[in-house]
Design a binder for this molecule. Structure first.
Ligand code: ATP
Length: 200
């Protein structure tokens, strides 16, 4: 039997990884979205408690939930705090990714799984993929998108990227490179080409 494709998407902040993942979903692939899972994990009571023990109640919003932008601002200023947060959040996020992956791999109706996991290589989940794609996008476009979508300044992006494996290393391990330097239809065309090669 042919191995079910597990497609991992790599690329810089704001490069278009989730957009590419959505385009694979439009072609019938099932996507595991780590950002969404991380948001759900941060809403769990025991995680909120663990985070407020480390960071204090000032990272909570008035409704008792975690104020994610406030927490992000704290951790990206301090490697030690980032590590502490990751030690709380990373294990349950990875467990859920693994649970979903196991479920999707055995579901006959699912033909391919796409991992939209921003820290794919850092988490080691790239080793579970049989297809790796790097999304290449001009740095100025990445900055503009990240500012528009997440309100991040160029300095904030630089700080975040400092904690990540270099784009060069990510590009090197990919079998496919998508150029995200035009419009969404240009991107969709490249995704469709890779999809048909992978599904052959
Ligand atoms: P992050 O690293 O922050 O998770 P990402 O790499 O997943 O970001 P996306 O969320 O896919 O990036 O893209 C960022 C924004 O840029 C989105 O609003 C998306 O719709 C837009 N975008 C991406 N590529 C294009 C494109 N070629 N044309 C127009 N808009 C685009």
């Amino acid at each position: 039997m042919k191995t079910k494709p597990i497609v991992g998407i790599l690329g810089g902040i704001g490069s278009g990884k989730s957009t590419v993942a959505r385009q694979f979903a439009n072609l019938g692939c099932t996507v595991i979205e780590a950002d969404k899972i991380a948001h759900e994990v941060l809403d769990e009571k025991d995680i909120i408690d663990a985070v407020s023990v480390v960071f204090g109640k000032d990272v909570l919003s008035p409704d008792g939930m975690i104020d994610r932008p406030k927490l992000a601002a704290r951790v990206f200023e301090n490697a030690e705090l980032l590590e502490k947060l990751q030690s709380i959040v990373h294990p349950p996020v990875m467990e859920q990714c693994e649970r979903l992956l196991a479920r999707y791999l055995t579901a006959p109706a699912i033909s391919a799984v796409v991992l939209d996991i921003p820290l794919l290589m850092e988490s080691g989940l790239d080793r579970r993929c049989n297809v790796l794609i790097f999304v290449e996008s001009p740095p100025s476009a990445c900055l503009q998108r990240a500012r528009k979508q997440k309100g991040l300044s160029p300095e904030q992006i630089k700080k975040r990227e400092k904690f990540q494996i270099s784009l060069d290393k990510k590009r090197k391990i990919a079998q496919y490179i998508i150029q995200n330097n035009s419009d969404l239809s240009g991107l969709a065309e490249q995704v469709a080409q890779i999809y048909s090669a992978v599904m052959k």
